[in-house]
Design a protein around this ligand. Sequence first.
Ligand code: ADP
Ligand code: MG
Length: 429
Amino acid sequence: MEPLLKTEKLGITFNKGKPNEFVALKDVNIEIYPNEYIIFFGPSGSGKSTLLYSLLGLLKPTTGEIYIRGKAYSTFREKEKNIRTSKMFGMVFQQYNLLFSLNVFDNVILPQIFISEPARSRKEKAIVLLRRFGIEARAKQSPANLSGGQQQRVAVCRALINNPDIILADEPVGNLDSESAKIVMDTLKDINVKDKKTVVLVTHDARYLPYADRVYFFKDARIEREERMSIGGHGGPGGGAPSPVVDLERLARAHPTLSAAQLKAWSLSNWLTEELTVEQMERLEEAMEKILSGKISPHQFFESLDMPFADGGVGLYRQTAAAFARRVVHIMDEMRLYAERTKGENDPKKRAQLVSMLSFFLLEEHKGDLAPEELKRLSAAIEARIVGTLSHADFVQKLSKNPSEQGVGLAQTVADRLAERLDLIISKI
Ligand code: ADP
Ligand code: MG
């Protein structure tokens, strides 16, 4: 049987050729088969997360090669890589990375915006997942009201909603008490056994080793040994049809561009920020908002990511900062292309205004020409519309009313169009 994932003499060196050069992975050879449960085990700093990120295509090998279903990663085009990974992999992190401004249900269905699937079954699917993991009753609440273990189960549902082949989990129970940790670990096992998903889990905690079929032991940037933990192991049918590749044009047509693109940026930032503190996340989001609204250049964006935290930057590793900046710029280019293609459909100025307002909802950021008070009202109205407490007509009215009457003060036409666009999003998700 062909391995689902494979590396051949994979090496990753950070800051190559610089005084701070650091070899994070050396000569790594692994093979992961369909329906296996694999653990990457080893002390902190031994290269486990680095391997996980390179499997996701987020870190380019310094030496060696990575294969997905036998196809060399180096032969994928950038676009293909992004799309493949968003459909093939579901990610679960130590920090749950949920959006507190959305309710549990909306958090779970967020990744669906990246794939072209009929909208009809989506809600059903999310409910089935939430029910299965015992959190259905919390669907309408903010994740902020949930315990850590419940939040992580929401994150697992989110990782599963696109029906990926592989679940990658990086220290998913590292922040949980042992009781909640067991529930989440059992959940992941259940997904492996019942749903026949391949699970790759990173941990430094030996208590969890029995969950795996096979364990790769990491030490000093190498895989020291490999051990089979249980009999049985893999053996799923595998070889299912590869996921259909969705090109960004179709994605853009199916969803209001900026929202899709920004959600994509957001999900990329989740991939890259597993080890960031809350304060670093906040700074990263600030920088994202600035570049997306054109307040800073791509280079300034990179600099703010790279700058040490103590100096007011995000304090990312230089390579991470560069890779992240590249990806965000790439996404922005695609957004621009789309905007050009659809020019003439309506007044581009109004359109841009609308789009930035929609994006505002998604990022909860301060943007555009509105005063902070009106922005807040806009955001509240969008949220109310999304959760269904505001009708279409009331929403339009709220937006078009004067600021002196607690409105947002938008022109009637703008308010109408925004309402339409928003309803479109609601119907898609
Ligand atoms: P683990 O997940 O096993 O704890 P990681 O894979 O995160 O370890 O990191 C391995 C080593 O590589 C660590 O010493 C870490 O500091 C270093 N490292 C990780 N990412 C970068 C980077 N972008 N630049 C430089 N060093 C890095
Ligand atoms: Mg790690």
